[in-house]
Write a protein that binds this ligand. Structure first.
Ligand SMILES: Cc1cc2nc3c(=O)[nH]c(=O)nc-3n(C[C@H](O)[C@H](O)[C@H](O)COP(=O)(O)OP(=O)(O)OC[C@H]3O[C@@H](n4cnc5c(N)ncnc54)[C@H](O)[C@@H]3O)c2cc1C
Length: 387
């Protein structure tokens, strides 16, 4: 059933193959992962087995070329998958980072040998990917990172720490932002691929960070103490890390936007259904004018957001999504998500504040969308630069 207010709307890029993918993804999330939701929330991280199963079904690395085991598709396929995950209410698997970000870095900047070495494992779900940029001293000022990697023979010796790393507890493969030239800012940054299986010497995972939402997805601190990474694991050339991140961040922001719109759609669906069945003062909530006005507002916001998102997805598929437009998407869509989910929660009254109703979880999960991937204040800074 379409989201109320979106009857007849079809994403302009959508083809029958996207419908098949959506069906497969929906069945996987709802039948295979969601039945474990409560346990996963308590455990604080997803099951490895679910990554493997997603890989087996062909749901990981949808935009990675087939020669590395991927789906051979493009960003539209990743967008369908992430949309279905959020729409289903599944939040344990860090696919947005694993497939939406990490595989992209390796595919874009990796040498042929690096791609053959790591992409098949990421696509099959044998390897879980993460990306570590943020440090305890600050995340917004990426150029000021302090984790350093000093060349020693055929290795880099890494010292420093990272925090708030999504998939950090389970990650086997890490895209790590380091300073290879500590005297430089942007030009001193490089990306190293770290193999973390078995927690090698010099590497330590810190505590699992307790959050107000996203309880079933792991977020961790990572520590590097004379941790040796083969120089062959450098992604691209020394000093090109900042440019690589700037090139990849628009996709990361779009990934966040996809989740934002899916959450808006889900909230509108749930609130509309509730407003039809719950009665107050002898009639359904929908019979009260204010409820109708609120639902009309959120449905409009959601549909407008969807069309802007689709425009960005099309631009990205053509390789034309610029930094400012991606920042606008991240800003507008995540502000919209928080507002829409908040207003939908209100329609549930007291039940909206109980954990029994999923809208409360959506409210807590939404908040971080305005923070990670570059805060919304930084998005405004980026947008202002093209004005
Ligand atoms: C659940 C979660 C998952 C995350 N996953 C990852 C991950 O996988 N990998 C990763 O590397 N990071 C990750 N992050 C980190 C996230 O990207 C950072 O938290 C974010 O970039 C902000 O950095 P900070 O927390 O250090 O805040 P700060 O940089 O300390 O900012 C604090 C406040 O100051 C504002 N501010 C800073 N500079 C300016 C400015 N110039 N103008 C105006 N306002 C400014 C910010 O907008 C913010 O409101 C995650 C965070 C969370 C909470």
């Amino acid at each position: 059933m379409p989201t109320p207010g979106m009857d007849g709307y079809v994403e302009p890029w959508r083809k029958p193959e996207h419908d098949d993918l959506a069906e497969l993804a929906r069945a996987f999330f709802t039948k295979e992962v969601l039945p474990h939701a409560e346990r996963l929330e308590q455990q604080g991280h997803p099951d490895r087995e679910h990554y493997r199963r997603a890989g087996e079904l062909g749901l990981l690395g949808l935009s990675i070329p087939e020669e590395y085991g991927g789906g051979g598709g493009d960003f539209t396929h990743e967008a369908v998958l992430l949309h279905e995950q959020t729409l289903a209410g599944e939040g344990s698997l860090g696919i947005a980072v694993h497939s939406g970000i990490v595989t992209g870095y390796i595919n874009e900047y990796g040498s042929e040998e690096q791609k053959q070495r790591w992409l098949p494992g990421l696509v099959s779900g044998e390897l879980i990917g993460a990306i570590a940029i943020t440090e305890p001293d600050g995340g917004s000022d990426v150029q000021a990172i302090r984790t350093k990697a000093i060349r020693d023979g055929d290795d880099y010796v890494v010292n420093g720490s990272k925090t708030f790393i999504t998939n950090g507890i389970l990650a086997d493969l890490l895209v790590l932002a380091v300073k290879t030239d500590t005297s430089a800012r942007a030009h001193g940054i490089s990306l190293l691929i770290c193999e973390l299986t078995g927690d090698p010497e010099g590497f330590r995972r810190g505590r699992k960070i307790e959050k107000i939402g996203l309880h079933s997805n792991d977020t961790a601190e990572l520590f590097f103490d004379d941790f040796r990474v083969p120089a062959a694991n450098l992604l691209g050339t020394e000093g090109s890390g900042f440019i690589q991140m700037m090139q990849q961040l628009p996709q990361e922001r779009l990934v966040i936007g996809v989740g934002a719109v899916a959450a808006m759609q889900r909230a509108v669906e749930m609130a509309t259904a509730y407003a039809k069945e719950r009665t107050a003062f002898g009639k359904p909530l929908l019979g009260h004018q204010n409820t109708r006005m609120v639902l009309a507002d959120v449905a409009t916001r959601t549909r407008v957001s969807r069309t802007f998102l689709d425009d960005c997805i099309q631009r990205h598929a053509r390789g034309e999504l610029d930094v400012a437009t991606a920042a606008m998407a991240k800003l507008y869509l995540t502000e919209g998500q928080c507002e829409v989910v908040d207003r939908c929660l209100q329609i549930f009254g007291g039940y909206g504040y109980t954990t029994e109703y999923p809208i409360s979880k959506m409210y807590a999960d939404a908040r971080v969308q305005k923070i990670y991937g570059g805060t919304n204040e930084i998005m405004k800074e980026l947008i202002s630069r093209v004005l």
